[in-house]
Design a protein around this ligand. Structure first.
Ligand code: GAL
Length: 477
């Protein structure tokens, strides 16, 4: 298996000659050199980032001759890698917040970050539970400070420094997040933290950072994984160890950090992510498209056992407000992220959201399911009737919250009539139940045996289903 680059990144191999080993050689907006040194190839790791990696015979092959053991060069992974886990002073429920990347990519500055923080308050997002204001890639200058070795915030983009921005975010009652990378450079070519974990974690702690997104670009070959690690536990893979080193460094600061592993679904991260961080990306980058939404749901339903308190599959940042998703698709985007308990990090210029979009992202009942502190597990697919067809992704899900049992129905096709039998919902029986619409907050009545609703194409219905009181009126058979 080609793990370093993940099967999801269908390596697009381009030309070779020139440029630098592990340097960027392509991606959205890249105008630099697209060639690589002799013996190296340009591999598309994500849509926006291609990197020079050793020639295909040395990285992409799955032959038995390739050893998964850690490399023996000077920067090899240590044999006694840290085993400290993530802080449980934070991250019990999935993160709720905003991140700069989907809105602005590298075109960030202090004004844009603080505008988002102020909009959390003015638009009612903070009141609804949104907490994290997170800066993504491109916040620093390109070289570390020559005397201290620290990463230096870009003074043009962040005249108040990162600590100045963090304290303004904190003064609004919010939390602040930053970005680094478990390689030699970030995806956009800025200093990254592999080999500098302790210094960088201490710097972030000193600046008042509460959340770290840790990316996976520019990984030296000796820190990658060509095949299953010895013993078969991916916790002992080179990939996991790169992340474990940062977990330990964050822990050593004494400050609780919410730690997000931006590892794109590589190295079976769902098997060990909770031992290292609070959430982990399941795939490459999101796009504002229905095909992305359905494909990440399809991926995620394979790994629902990994989700519980302090342990969240990250379906990537939100695209509500971007591209041309229909309102129904935006409702599904939000509802699915909520009922799978993915982090929900808004990714747009919040000032551009209309009232319908704001109502979607502040829906109190879906947010309550997402942030429930009594039940940590997500909704799961169930088969609605005895003769139900199998679809991908599944259309019918049920889950529990402190309020009871919920049913979510995603209409992935064109037929809008959706029926489920109560007896098919785990935890319910064949009797009468009250249905409550989580989107509108309205009670719909009491129903016996089954319920049929109209769900628009690509929309998601969301219900709370509770046992009817004995003798209650029955509206529908
Ligand atoms: C990608 C990551 C994106 C964004 C970008 C920044 O690897 O998946 O979410 O952080 O890097 O360069």
């Amino acid at each position: 298996m080609l793990l370093l680059y993940g099967s999801v990144f269908a390596a697009l191999l381009l030309s070779a000659v020139a440029e630098s080993e592990f340097g960027q050689c392509g991606g959205t907006g890249w105008s630099g050199d697209t060639t690589c040194p002799s013996g190296w190839v340009c591999a598309a790791l994500t849509a926006h980032y291609s990197q020079c990696v050793p020639g295909i015979s040395s990285v992409a092959s799955t032959t038995a001759s390739q050893s998964a053991t850690r490399a023996t060069t000077t920067s090899a992974a240590p044999t006694a890698a840290p085993t400290v886990g993530p802080s449980h002073a934070t991250g019990k429920t999935p993160a709720l917040g905003w991140n700069s990347w989907n809105a602005y990519a590298c075109d960030i500055n202090e004004d844009k970050i603080l505008a988002a923080a102020n909009q959390f308050v003015s638009l009612g997002l903070a009141k609804a539970g949104y907490q994290y204001v997170n800066i993504d890639d491109c916040w620093s200058v390109k070289t570390r400070d020559a005397s201290t070795g620290r990463i230096v915030p870009d003074p043009d983009k962040f005249p108040s420094g990162i600590s100045g921005v963090a304290s303004q975010v904190h003064s609004l009652g919010l939390k602040f997040g930053i970005y680094s990378d478990a390689g030699t450079q970030t995806c956009a070519g800025y200093p990254a933290s592999l080999g500098n974990e302790e210094l960088d974690a201490a710097t972030f702690a000193e600046w008042g950072v509460d959340y770290l997104k840790y990316d996976n670009c520019n990984v030296p070959a000796n820190w990658s994984d060509a095949s299953t690690p010895p013993g078969g536990d991916w916790y002992n893979s080179n990939s996991a160890i790169r992340y474990r080193q940062m977990t330990a460094a964050l822990d050593a600061t004494g400050r609780p950090f919410h730690f997000n592993l931006c590892i794109w679904g590589n190295a079976n991260v769902w098997d060990w992510g909770a031992r290292v961080g609070h959430s982990w990306r399941m795939s490459g980058d999101a796009s504002a498209s229905w095909s992305y939404i359905t494909s990440i749901i399809t991926t995620n339903v394979q790994h629902l056992d990994s989700i519980d308190f302090y342990s969240h599959n990250d379906m990537d940042m939100m695209e509500i407000g971007n591209g041309d998703l229909t309102i129904q698709e935006q409702r599904t985007h939000f509802a699915a992220w909520a009922f799978f308990k993915s982090p929900i990090l808004l990714g747009t210029d919040l000032g551009q959201l209309n009232s319908t979009q704001l109502a979607i992202i502040t829906n109190p009942e879906l947010l309550a399911f997402h942030q429930d502190t009594t039940v940590g597990t997500p909704a799961r697919p169930f088969t609605p009737t005895s003769s139900a067809p199998t679809t991908s992704p599944p259309e019918f899900y049920s889950g529990r919250s402190v309020k009871g049992t919920h049913v979510f129905i995603i209409n992935t096709g064109n037929a809008t009539s959706k029926t489920f039998d109560f007896a098919k919902v785990p935890g319910l029986g064949s009797g009468s139940y009250k249905l409550h619409d989580m989107w509108t907050g309205k009670d719909l009545g009491t129903f016996t045996k089954s319920h049929t609703s109209t769900v628009d194409t690509h929309d998601t219905a969301a219900f709370l289903v509770t046992p009817a009181r004995h003798g209650a009126d029955v509206d529908e058979e």
